[in-house]
Design a protein around this ligand. Sequence first.
Ligand code: MCA
Ligand code: AMP
Length: 508
Amino acid sequence: MEGNANLYAVLAEGFPSDRHQVAIQTPEQAYSWNDIEAMSGRVASLLHALQLPAGSRVAVQVEKSPMALMLYLGTIRAGLVYLPLNTAYKASEVEYFLTDAEPAVIVCDSKNLGWVTDLAQKTGTPHVHTLDADGSGSLAAAAASASENFQTVQSQPDDLAAILYTSGTTGRSKGAMLSHRNLSSNAQVLKEYWGWHSDDVLLHMLPIFHVHGLFVASHGALLAGAKMIWLPKLDIDQALAYLPESTVMMGVPTYYVRLLADPRFTREVCRNMRLFISGSAPLLHETFNEFKDRTGHTILERYGMSETIMLTSNPYEADAGERLGGTVGRPLPGVSVRVVDENDEGVAVGTIGNVQVKGPNVFSGYWRMPEKTREEFTADGWFRTGDMGLFGGEGVPDDYLTIVGRSKDLIISGGYNVYPKEVELLIDALPGVNESAVIGVPDPDFGEAVVAVVVPKEGGTLDADAMLTALKQDLANFKVPKRIHFVPELVRNTMGKVQKNALRDQYK
Ligand code: MCA
Ligand code: AMP
């Protein structure tokens, strides 16, 4: 029989032959590899019975649980397209995704069932299910009576597996379309590159609605047949309790900052660890160095995007080179990375330019946005990341990439992306506001913190607390400014463009 390009079929090739072993350990319960097959099989049977057209979207906004992972795997097995949503998104944010993606199914937490049902009716989403943090809800109830024996759907490499929304500078979110090939090729490369093996134990504390936790971390362990310690979120007490029995951990820089802030985090706690990986946002030199001093471990920093999954990584094997703090390492095998000028011409080593990428991991385009897709690819097929970087530089080998900034106006706070334009539009719509500029300023915990600089209407005064309360109605909490500054006017250049760099300097 010809191989099946379905991502689940690829991952399952790595499951251990003894399916009774523990695959997922939570503080409450253990799940075996058999359980993964059976539970994801039940979800797939349930979805299959809906007789949805191929490529139908399953939108999911639920708390992290083993069953939530089964929902993901079951969706993939059924040949449907998984569309994860940050649990922090409010109704008005979710409405956009439902309108744009037109999913056939939405699965939500039962506490949100009221407004999600209203939205589903409004947007024509036919099927609504619930799934709560404890694994209960209408989805689990229906899955319980569906068959656990499900023959994973035969997929083609270019079939769509997932859509990940990532905002644009215009404030309108774009759905990055990822295929089975994109996801499985990246998982296979990372398995080799980071030396995954079946004896590994992954401490999984990341959310599973983004690339980092859902794909990079989960796929790594699944494909290696390695156990995951599955925690609902970052909790330092729990992290300290489980680190001694773990070998691999992944986190955004805030995870490492918070571990280091706790004096109980010692070399002894990390005694069985072989690899700490950081990504999604720049890791500060001081965190990298302090971590090495405290634990003896050198954090491996890597770089990626929702549109591309993982692109570059510092070396894992000692003989492959040094892990250099501040750099994101070399292009992964099969991935091409170039640094170019404004005319898409390559620049010399040591020169800063725009980072462009190519490879089997790079997405095919944005959902129903052919023009935007065309704009973001060069004529010869390179994807414009919007990141600025350089190869080499002082004391850095010529094939190591360093990310120095972004040409896109984006704030990364605790690993979550915030698009200033989206926040500015909401602030500008508040009564008494003339205009606003939203910027990121350095923050010891989140890396960057969102700050708003607001010009009140002439003669008026504004109340920052009232504004924040109003913003929280429509905006996920992590996007809500941590501070608002009032100014009589915004600094502009001769072209009339707001000088965000000057504002960042002033308010840092
Ligand atoms: C929570 N809050 C935040 C953030 N998270 N504010 C700004 N930035 C954040 N990231 C808000 C909360 O809503 C709360 O607000 C207040 O801050 C304090 O919350 P706290 O209890 O400290 O938050 P937490 O629950 O501990 O969460 C912080 C966190 C979490 C653990 C750092 O944000 C997190 O897990 N981040 C990981 C994100 C991630 O996985 N990114 C990968 C993207 P209030 O008091 O008002 O309610 S994938 C990606 O980027 C690419 C592809 C890649 O390369 O990986
Ligand atoms: P997302 O839209 O969530 O996929 O975020 C992708 C963006 O995160 C990239 O375009 C980079 O700007 C940033 N990013 C990811 N990893 C790193 C890293 N190690 N260092 C600096 N920036 C990073």
